[in-house]
Design a protein around this ligand. Structure first.
Ligand code: ACM
Length: 676
């Protein structure tokens, strides 16, 4: 099932050229209100854009960037006319927005398109950015040219905090990766980049005050301060806040390699290479720890202007605190019963320091300890119930449970998770304390090469959940628009589609990879738990390359949902669906074709050979699929025991091999089960 067969068949109505204009809505996220009218505004030479109200440098740059994208999309050079001129596209912005973008930033906009012209209105530069993102997604194509449809859009986000966290500690992500990620976030109207900069496996931000943090804790892979400032500016230009995370007191091994006096146990320490929860933890009993943190946070506050600083706070196992007699004595002296109480004490000291430097605290669920003021934001990785408990106690929160991209769940799974699920028992005041959510890209099994395919396009589905009205929840329609958005994201410079084939070429050592592509399009990585278990058993470390087939494969590729949809439509009435029958037969034939070539390619590559049984299984599924369609479309029953034998083959195919799993097994079961 290469793109020309399955995806080509199913996507032709979505993005391919059409002979007469018909508005195909591929907006993602869907706007709050959209009314469609009659007629079209052509985008052709002479098309100009002008502001008629406020403009500043940020807005000018936003317009220039959007028009450059529009030019690339259409081949039509868009003219930027002087402010106040007549133009096909008029931009009316009331003012600049907040000097440091905050949770209260006004991101609303309206966009009115008629055959005579288009008008984008926003209260702030940031609202204009959101409007441009919509405008670029609205562009339609026919054989004759490019058009904007006649629409009236009034739009504003459902939640003010729509974030993406990237863990750059376990694997470092270069600045160019971060920048293209920010481009993708802006395209789907996300507004918080949560930068997980420190963890056991690496300290990734330069401190001039404490140079040993990166000298001893990063293997030379870290962001210089000017690079971090560049990222902050790049993000601001796109209406995105940058919230840095310095994860303490646990997950802090990389701090103490260079500064062992911060530790709760005796050194020396080395950078952690494995994954999991480890004992090293900062010493919360010494004044010197707080003097250090005061200076460090003060320094970081000069780089990161956001009101919030993330202090982590998660997964401190308390082991070193419990085993250190000096720390135990401190706890007795201060009446601190248990290590959770000691962490609460630590948070109180930290809060003072953050406050001194003008920062508000955000941390993971574990920071919700008695005595913490209610204006901290709790990021819930433990689930809605934990978040709801927090809001009942008066805390503000965001949801990340259900949005863990490293779990390798489907876009649909993430899409169904709502920060305010239907039927929640929160009062309006409690519900208002839920600010939104963040997708989380933990870095155990991602590197600069494959991160795009782990983040995109699934994050676009989460972005829609956080921006669009709750009533926008049709999974099939989400996927239809998601594939369209994925193509647009690649045009922006992201690599989530192209990387797979590039990696397959590298693995196979040839550009003749078609037989391999057919297999790769129906495989995806196993879930996080399966991979973590395997990694523990095999002592996997950060130093090992991510260069196996599993690392090249995209999670939740089009094959899963689109194949399920095709099978489901076909099964509604197999004898009366010749189009679906033909599409299925074409797919099954592609699975059985080129089998000897596929086996040869895989057998000759050490990294691919471990996945070899998948080639046989693909052929078996193709063969049984053709047989099943033959029985179903003709109404002829299968021989006795046929069904049981095929279901047994599917059970075998459903087992992980070399950390890969098939995307099509469930739909194949549905198909086989319908055979009489
Ligand atoms: C976390 O997943 N430990 C925040």
């Amino acid at each position: 099932m290469t793109l020309p067969t399955l995806a080509g068949t199913l996507m032709s109505g979505t993005v391919a050229a059409q002979t007469s204009p018909a508005f195909v809505n591929t907006l993602m996220p869907e706007p709050a209100h959209l009314t469609e009218g009659a007629g079209w505004l052509p985008i052709r030479p002479g098309f100009a854009v002008a502001t008629d109200k406020f403009h500043d440098q940020r807005l000018d740059h936003t317009i220039a960037r959007a028009m450059q994208q529009l030019t690339q999309q259409t081949g039509v050079v868009i003219r930027e006319a002087p402010a106040g001129s007549k133009a096909a596209l008029i931009i009316s912005v009331d003012g600049p927005g907040e000097p440091v973008q905050g949770v209260d930033e006004n991101e609303s906009y309206s966009l009115d398109v008629t055959p005579q012209g288009a008008h984008l209105h926003a209260a702030t530069d940031v609202g204009a950015m959101r409007g441009f993102a919509t405008l670029l997604q609205l562009v339609q194509v026919s054989g004759q040219g490019y058009y904007l449809p006649t629409v009236s859009i009034q739009d504003a986000p459902r939640f003010p905090w729509r974030g993406l966290m990237i863990d750059c500690s376990r694997h470092f992500e270069p600045v160019n990766v971060i920048k293209r990620t920010l481009d993708g976030m802006a395209a789907v109207k996300m507004n918080v980049f949560h930068w997980h900069l420190t963890d056991d496996q690496g300290f990734r931000i330069e401190s001039k005050v404490f140079p040993l943090l990166t000298q001893d804790g990063s293997n030379g892979l870290f962001y210089k301060q000017e690079q971090a400032r560049e990222v902050v500016a790049y993000a601001r230009a796109r209406g995105i806040r940058v919230v840095p995370e310095f994860d303490i007191p646990g997950h802090a091994t990389s701090w103490i390699v260079g500064y062992p006096d911060l530790a709760s146990a005796k050194g020396p320490f080395t950078i952690e290479r494995h994954f999991g929860v480890f004992n090293p933890v900062l010493d919360p009993t010494r004044e010197s720890t707080y003097q250090f943190l005061d200076q460090f946070i003060g320094e970081m506050a000069t780089i990161f202007p956001d009101a919030y600083m993330h202090i982590g706070g998660d997964e401190n196992n308390g082991v070193e605190w419990a085993h250190n007699p000096r720390i135990q004595a401190f706890m007795r002296e201060h009446g601190l019963k248990g290590t959770a109480a000691l962490q609460a004490y630590f948070n109180q000291q930290l809060l003072r320091i953050l406050d001194k430097h003008g920062k508000k605290m955000i941390g993971w669920d574990e920071i919700m300890t008695p005595g913490l003021p209610k204006d901290v934001v709790v990021q819930s990785w433990r689930g809605f119930d934990s978040l709801a408990t927090g809001t009942r106690e008066g805390y503000t929160g965001i949801l990340s449970a259900g949005y863990y991209l490293d779990h390798m769940d489907s876009a649909a799974d993430h899409y169904r998770v709502d920060p305010l699920p239907a039927g929640n028992k929160l009062t309006p005041a409690q519900a208002a304390r839920i600010l939104g959510g963040e997708a989380c890209m933990w870095g155990e099994y991602v590197d600069a090469k494959n991160i795009d395919s782990r983040v995109w396009p699934r994050t676009a589905a989460i972005a829609e959940r956080l921006w669009s009205p709750q009533s926008v929840n049709n999974i099939d329609d989400m996927y239809r628009r998601l594939w369209a958005e994925s193509l647009r994201l690649e045009a922006l410079g992201l690599t989530q589609i192209s990387q797979e084939n590039a990696s397959l070429r590298a693995l196979a050592g040839t550009d003749q990879i078609a037989p391999l592509q057919t297999l790769a399009t129906v495989l995806e990585p196993v879930n996080f738990a399966t991979r973590a278990e395997w990694s523990d058993a095999h002592h996997v470390t950060t130093l090992m390359p991510l260069d196996r087939l599993v690392d090249a494969l995209a999670p939740d590729p089009p094959s899963r949902h689109d194949f399920e949809e095709l099978v489901s439509t076909y099964l509604q009435n197999p004898v009366a669906h010749p189009e679906q029958q033909a599409a299925l037969e074409a797919i099954f034939r592609s699975w059985t074709a080129d089998q000897p070539e596929r086996v040869l390619l895989m057998a000759e590559s050490p990294q691919l050979a471990e996945t070899l049984p998948r080639a046989r299984q693909l052929t078996e599924m193709g063969t049984m699929g053709l047989e099943a369609v033959g029985f179903l479309s003709s109404g002829v029953p299968a021989p006795p025991a046929w069904k049981a034998a095929k279901l047994a083959i599917l059970d075998e195919a459903d087992q992980p091999i070399a950390l890969t799993r098939f995307t099509v097994v469930q739909a194949m079961r549905n198909l086989i089960n319908e055979v009489k």
